[in-house]
Design a protein around this ligand. Structure first.
Ligand SMILES: C[S@@+](CC[C@H](N)C(=O)[O-])C[C@H]1O[C@@H](n2cnc3c(N)ncnc32)[C@H](O)[C@@H]1O
Length: 368
């Protein structure tokens, strides 16, 4: 580690570590030189992974093995080792040698016996060992690690990944999206949902190669990233079941695009959440010291509410601008649709968005 690296003490959850918090030292995706920084905007993302790994330990009758594959300061893996109760070990990897030194120093200071630092290319780590939980948290796209993670993950294990290439996934760079994900996106109102479903599609397809199936447990979009937790189950039958959910979608179904014959995807067209899993996770969130508990609670409210809704959503401002009417209150829209026997919920993807299975002309009546 460089002698003059400006390290500070930072605390997240109940873990205090040495970290570089100087954001001006950000380097590009996967840079091998210089010490990666501590990014406090990802605290909620890490809080949820702590709760989820605690859930895994509580629901297992054997010792589990967790991998924080792209660790930077190591904060996520250090928190897993320090804050989770039960039988498990944590491997914390970064190919950056300064990160590696810092992670080792933090492991020593925190006296973490269940924790091992690694200094390698993540794809190499994944080719050498199997894990029950693999966390892929890159600058940009996780796609470069999905194949090796799929080979490495144990049966019933969980792959977690973040994607920050949201502009690409939301249809702003069509050619990049097709090269990277072999999928067509669309820059329109439900673009965040399309982006999330495109990554899930790639994970599903990769699982298929290895005769594995996936079940999305928890997935969401935030301002600047997507986050996905999928359970991976071995077996050709499970694989076929999840491959049935990989579809090309006619953009006619994507309001307000409504153009026949333009295919979007392939993408995941089944549930994005497991509602029961989220309910179980809440118990853990309540009982752990998590800095972003209130925000997680609100996010879970949205995710549970929309969990059984149809694919894609409408937005009150989108319909209003097309019909040239002022938008009704979103709560009134939802109440009205529910009263008429339709599914209706808000969506975390968009503050003006709502999901419903009501036909479009029925919805438009509410705006006229
Ligand atoms: C976005 S940062 C990780 C942030 C961290 N998970 C956190 O919660 O603060 C991405 C890290 O991945 C590392 N990295 C990029 N490509 C890698 C590879 N192929 N193998 C191992 N580490 C890699 C970079 O050095 C960087 O530290």
């Amino acid at each position: 580690m460089q002698e003059n690296t400006p390290l500070e003490r930072i605390t997240e959850g109940f873990t205090t570590i040495w970290a570089n918090v100087n954001k001006s030292q950000i380097r590009g995706p996967g840079a091998k030189g210089n010490l990666p920084f501590y990014n406090n905007s990802m605290e909620l993302n890490r809080d949820i992974s702590v709760a989820l790994c605690q859930w895994m330990v509580q629901n297992s009758n054997r010792k589990l093995s967790f991998l924080d594959g792209l660790a930077a300061t190591g904060i996520r893996g250090l928190r897993l080792a320090n804050e989770i109760k039960g039988d498990f070990s944590v491997y914390i990897n970064d190919w950056n040698s300064e990160s590696y030194s810092l992670i080792k120093r933090n492991i020593l200071e925190l006296k973490l016996e269940k924790c091992i630092a690694l200094n390698s290319n993540l794809n190499k780590v994944l080719s050498n060992e199997r894990y029950d939980y693999i966390d892929i948290d890159p600058f940009g796209s996780p796609v470069y690690f999905i194949d090796s993670a799929m080979r490495s993950i144990n049966n019933n294990g969980i792959i977690a990944c973040t994607a920050t290439d949201t502009a690409t996934l939301c249809g702003r760079h069509q050619k990049v999206c097709f090269r990277r994900y072999t999928a067509h996106s669309l820059n329109t109102i439900p673009m965040k949902e399309i982006g999330l479903r495109i990554i899930l599609g790639v994970i599903c397809r990769t699982a298929g190669i290895y005769e594995k199936g996936i079940i999305p447990l928890l997935t969401y979009a935030s301002d600047h990233y997507f986050r996905i937790y999928v359970k991976v189950i071995n077996g050709a039958k499970k694989s076929d079941q999840s491959m049935n959910n990989l579809k090309l979608i006619d953009s006619e179904k994507i309001f307000p695009f409504n153009i026949k014959g333009k295919a979007i995807g392939p993408m995941w067209n089944c549930k994005l959440q497991d509602k029961r899993f989220i309910q179980e996770l809440r118990e853990i969130v309540l009982n752990k010291k998590l800095g972003k508990r209130t925000e997680i609670w609100k996010l879970f409210d949205f995710l549970e509410d929309e969990a059984n809704g149809p694919m894609f959503f409408f937005s009150t401002d989108g319909i209003s601008s097309i019909l040239k009417r002022s938008p009704p209150k979103i709560f009134d829209v939802i109440e009205h649709l529910k009263k008429n026997g339709y599914f209706a919920s808000r969506t975390h993807f968009n503050p003006m968005g709502f999901k419903t299975d009501a036909p479009q002309d029925e919805i438009e009546k509410l705006f006229k």
